[in-house]
Design a binder for this molecule. Structure first.
Ligand SMILES: C[S@@+](CC[C@H](N)C(=O)[O-])C[C@H]1O[C@@H](n2cnc3c(N)ncnc32)[C@H](O)[C@@H]1O
Length: 514
């Protein structure tokens, strides 16, 4: 069922004495129209049983019979009150023609089935054809990988009804809950890797929990293809379960779970906090969720060296979706760096385990003889072995203190400013601005929030931004960056987009114009 505007009907609800329709014009995702029939008007009849037309502009229900029994819900404030919206619903019309009894639950389900069998399937076919085209053109790059996953989701979205959307959410939550439990209690680590298997009862004994909890959590992950059931309630590792261990990609999963716990507590957080607390590093939803208000996210994170090391690995494993290469052309500075090798080439502030500097070296072998300096907190720097960071000078530096490396060619902030709210970013940048020379570049690599949301685009920017809210961070718009740079004494020279999602590099220099 589609509206004339081309949007899909979000859902239709009706009962014996009442007909209600929720219409969502998807092209303008924020517009939801609620049209409500008089609660006691039934039985409803349609002038044309194949078509139910609702003329919003005229305020009359053209095809309802009798029209005076129909009223519109607050039409004057309706966001599309000036447009014309027609709903073609043969299935619904068949369901209700002649008697309001037709609007009972069974008929409603029937109408949904009919809906599936008609136009919505053709939309799914169109989405599948797009997917097939992309599959044939797949070149193995991160961007085509993300496109494929997204297009696969679009096929499902064309088939989903509201109930399916909810069960999908809950399925994900349940898998995440089961995996989180099995990882955190060490159960997944107990699965053998040598081809043998372990019985649920032995696994339960090894981690000291009730065996039925193991059965049920294992079933949830097994059905997702995580680990293998070798016999009834007997398991062994497979490739996916190994990949999801914390020392591999599982570290990123656990980091997400910590943040999602804070998300789950947001209603309580907002009830107990002032609106501006969300921007206070020591009152973030994350520190609230772990009962450690008064300290920042990183301070809490750094309490546990082992956890912090896993967190660092998590960030490295997230490289694929946010590559360093392909935006600002560091290699274009070759001549300049070779001419002035005494100046550091790149200072990567809050650079983690050196992942960006390692990637930059792929285009700039050995840093063209200029220093590649990694700066981070002691807990990160001390975790690094020299062989892990060839040609990189790793140093401890607190980014809230003045930058000790003067007049570098490039100062680099990657996935760093998004950890902080705008005024804090200004404070951070000023520490480096004071060290910059006239032709030093300061490059920020983060995601840019577009001015509008496009339905169905990859979610990465939005889940990341919501996660950052948990730690008092924020992805920003280009306008916000302009304000931050201006206040820090910088001006934007150029925006370098990436071909993966919304990530950009913003090249700035000391302000030359007022
Ligand atoms: C989100 S991570 C980004 C790491 C890396 N730039 C990347 O793109 O993968 C933020 C980094 O900033 C570091 N950091 C946080 N607070 C800091 C501080 N006060 N001084 C220096 N580094 C800090 C963290 O330890 C962490 O490695």
């Amino acid at each position: 069922v589609r509206t004339l505007a081309g949007g899909d009907v979000l859902g239709v609800h009706a009962s014996a004495s009442q007909g209600c329709g929720w219409y969502d014009t998807r092209e303008d995702g924020d517009k939801v129209v609620v049209v409500e029939a008089n609660g006691t008007a039934g039985p409803f009849r349609f002038a044309d049983p194949e078509t139910m037309m609702v003329d919003i502009a005229g305020g009359i229900a053209a095809a309802w019979n009798p029209p005076d029994r129909v009223r519109f819900n607050d039409l004057s404030r309706n966001p599309v009150a000036h447009g014309r919206l027609s709903l073609y619903s043969p299935a619904l019309a068949v369901g209700v023609a002649g008697s309001s009894e037709g609007l009972q639950r069974g008929a409603h389900r029937e109408s949904n089935r009919n809906k599936m069998a008609s136009s919505d399937v053709s939309a799914a076919i169109a989405a599948t054809e797009k997917l097939l085209e992309s599959l044939k053109a797949y070149d193995g790059t991160p961007s085509s990988h993300i496109t494929l996953l997204n297009q696969t989701d679009r096929v499902r979205a064309e088939l989903e009804q509201p109930y399916d959307v909810i069960t999908r959410f809950y399925e994900h939550l349940t898998v995440a809950g089961a995996l989180n439990m099995l990882l955190r209690i060490g159960a997944l680590h107990k699965l053998p890797t040598d081809g043998t298997s372990i019985k649920a009862v032995d696994l339960a004994a090894a981690v000291n929990i009730d065996v039925t909890a193991i059965h049920r959590a294992m079933r949830v992950i097994l059905v997702q293809g995580i680990a293998t059931e070798t016999g009834p309630d007997e398991y062994t590792h497979n490739q996916l379960s190994l990949a999801l261990l914390p020392e591999n990609a599982g570290s990123f999963f656990l980091l997400c779970m910590d943040l999602s716990k804070a998300m789950g507590m947001l209603p309580d957080y907002f009830k107990t906090h002032a609106p501006q607390d969300i921007y206070d590093l020591t009152k973030s939803p994350f520190v609230y969720s772990v009962g450690k208000e008064g300290r920042s996210y990183y301070e809490v994170l750094n309490d546990d060296v082992e956890q912090r090391n896993l967190w660092n690995v998590a960030l490295q494993s997230a490289e694929k979706n946010m590559p360093v290469r392909g935006m600002f052309p560091f290699e274009s500075l070759k001549e300049q760096v070779e001419k002035e090798p005494e100046r550091a080439f790149v200072v990567d502030i809050g650079g983690g385990r050196g992942q960006a500097l390692l990637a930059i070296q792929e285009d700039c072998p050995n840093g063209f003889g200029g220093k590649l300096i990694l700066q981070d907190l002691p807990i990160v720097i001390e975790s690094l072995k020299p062989e892990e960071i060839p040609n990189i000078e790793a140093t401890v530096h607190d980014l809230f203190t003045p930058q000790p490396v003067k007049n570098a060619h490039v100062y680099f902030y990657r996935r760093l400013l998004h950890d902080f709210y705008n005024p804090v970013c200004i404070e951070i940048l000023k520490q480096t601005v004071s060290a910059m020379g006239p032709d030093s570049r300061l490059i920020v690599c983060d995601m840019l929030v577009p001015s509008r949301v496009t339905v169905g685009v990859p979610m990465q920017l939005y889940w990341l931004d919501m996660s950052l809210m948990m730690i008092s961070g924020k992805e920003k718009t280009i306008e916000e960056f302009h304000e931050i740079f201006d206040a820090a004494g910088l001006e934007l020279v150029k925006v370098y987009p990436s071909n993966v999602g919304e990530t950009v590099m913003l090249e700035t220099r000391l302000k030359r114009t007022e």
